[in-house]
Design a protein around this ligand. Structure first.
Ligand code: NDP
Ligand code: 2IT
Length: 444
């Protein structure tokens, strides 16, 4: 049995109840086969893959808080510190009822490679809770965030582990968490990113994941003789990533015709009105039915369905495993040219393979959504030097980082004879830097 197969079998046995984590590990290890085979003896002796697939540590804790009726509520908090061989742990906090340890581990594992691809000195981690911010008052959200940090503060720090936003965690939640960290520790330091602009946040961090997704998409299209102008795009989700992906795609001359949330989706043939979408989602925290009600030409449908709309470019920006094999078949049938992931692992393994086998250009999330965490690392730099850069400075750096990521993953795929396979390229390029650092640092 090859070393990769041995490790895969062991990981499956040890983590049998964590399907998302297994999916993420399988995708990475399958792509790494040629790299591992070239160093099989050394890597096996060093147990490199066993160390890479086992988090440094994982914290699980109780988060008690009091709701507006005076009732005590209890959630579970998590932080998985996966790998810090190239920098302090870095990665978001997801607040969603579906959160469990397997989801946090898959996200933390992906983050290790993604953060490596940014070229910046950040290790991988992830955290969150099964708390659902939907329908909660500001005071309830604050009570939860304060309680969450009252436990988490022990494990984080500007040079240790720097959390940020993810699903359900935006500027409001980061603000409450930052205030509580400061109150407990007395430290005014860059322990969280995605902060408000008046207390250490970076310009362009809000836009960064969505904008970055479009910068890398445009670079890939350019290298294949295409551009964004007049392209029809289907976006899923309507949160932070989806909104700014839509905004940048339209600035580039494309037309985004769909968005979705967990209840339904909108088809707006005239092109999504981003300002209206921001008003509905960022200000009112309302459902997409309100968007459709305010936009006469738009159709609202319950359930899922964005991938049935004919498009040139598909940008899944909601959550994991939201683009299935059947969706991939529809996209191919409708002439879709490129799928670039804004979310983490939104495309199932069989759908990814189908798209690649049918000539659709495909960039996986750990490369294409890396602009968010890259800009978080730029926020850390600004905090360290106690300076803040202009929007244009940050945006330019972000754009260059995304262009560099495209060429790095393209080169890595070519080096191993897999030209055009950007999944393999991303996994290989992300792995090489982390593996070198781990080997150099000895058994740890
Ligand atoms: P938000 O909470 O801002 O938005 C999430 C969106 O996805 C909402 O429209 C939400 O709908 C929808 N959604 C969430 N869960 C589900 C589900 N189970 N089924 C259907 N729709 C769902 O999160 P973000 O935009 O920040 O994150 C979106 C994705 O991008 C995630 O995969 C995240 O990990 C990834 N990501 C985020 C980065 C960031 O900087 N924020 C960076 C890199 C990746 P509803 O409101 O109804 O729940
Ligand atoms: O998945 C991700 O990369 C994020 N949610 C952003 C992490 C960060 O630290 O900015």
């Amino acid at each position: 049995m090859s070393y990769v197969d041995e490790v895969l079998a062991r990981v499956k046995e040890k983590n049998a109840s964590e399907p998302e984590f297994l999916q993420a590990v399988e995708e990475v290890l399958e792509s790494l086969r040629p790299v591992i085979e070239a160093h099989e003896e050394q890597y096996k002796k060093e147990a490199l893959l066993e160390r890479l697939t086992e988090p440094d540590r994982q914290m699980k804790f109780r988060v008690p808080w009091v709701d507006d009726k005076g009732q005590v509520r209890v959630n579970t908090g998590y932080r998985v510190q996966f790998n810090n061989s190239i920098g302090p742990y870095k990665g978001g906090l997801r607040l969603h009822p579906s959160v469990n340890i397997g989801i946090i581990k898959f996200l933390g594992f992906e983050q290790v490679f993604k953060n490596s691809l940014t070229g910046l000195p950040i290790g991988g981690g992830k955290g969150g809770s099964d708390f659902d911010p939907k329908g909660k008052s500001d005071r309830e959200v604050m009570a939860f965030c304060q309680s969450f940090i009252t436990e988490l503060y022990k494990y984080i720090g500007a040079d240790v582990d720097v959390p940020a936003g993810d699903i359900g965690t935006g500027a409001r939640e980061i603000g409450y968490m930052y205030g509580q960290y400061k109150r407990i520790t007395g430290l005014y330091e860059g322990v969280l990113t995605g902060k408000g602009l008046t207390y250490g946040g970076s310009l362009a961090r809000t836009e960064a994941t969505g904008y970055g997704l479009l910068y890398i998409t445009r670079e890939m299209l350019k290298c294949h003789g295409m551009d964004m102008k007049d392209k029809i795009c289907c976006v899923s989700g309507s949160g932070n990533v989806a909104i700014y992906a839509t905004e940048k795609a339209q600035q580039m001359g494309a037309k985004v015709v769909t968005v979705s949330d967990s209840a339904g989706w909108v088809y707006d043939p005239e092109g999504i009105d981003v300002e209206l979408l921001k008003e509905v989602k960022e200000v009112k925290r309302a459902r997409l039915t309100e968007y459709a009600a305010a936009r006469p030409g738009a159709q609202y449908h319950e359930g899922r369905g964005v991938w049935q709309i004919k498009c040139d470019i598909a940008l899944p920006c909601a959550t994991q495993n939201e683009l299935h094999l059947d969706d991939a078949k529809l996209l191919v049938e409708n002439g879709c040219k490129a799928v670039c992931e804004g979310a983490n692992m939104p495309t199932t393994l069989d759908a990814t393979k189908y798209l690649q086998d049918n000539g659709v250009l495909f960039i996986c999330g750990k490369a294409s959504n890396a602009g968010g965490v890259a800009t978080s690392a730029l926020e850390m730099s600004q905090n360290s030097e106690r300076m803040s850069w202009t929007f244009e400075q940050v945006d330019q750096k972000l754009e260059q980082i995304m262009i560099d990521i495209y060429h790095n993953i393209d080169d890595a795929a070519k080096r191993y004879g897999m030209e055009g396979n950007y999944v393999a390229g991303a996994n290989i390029a992300g792995f090489e830097k982390v593996a070198n650092a781990m080997l150099a640092q000895g058994v740890c």
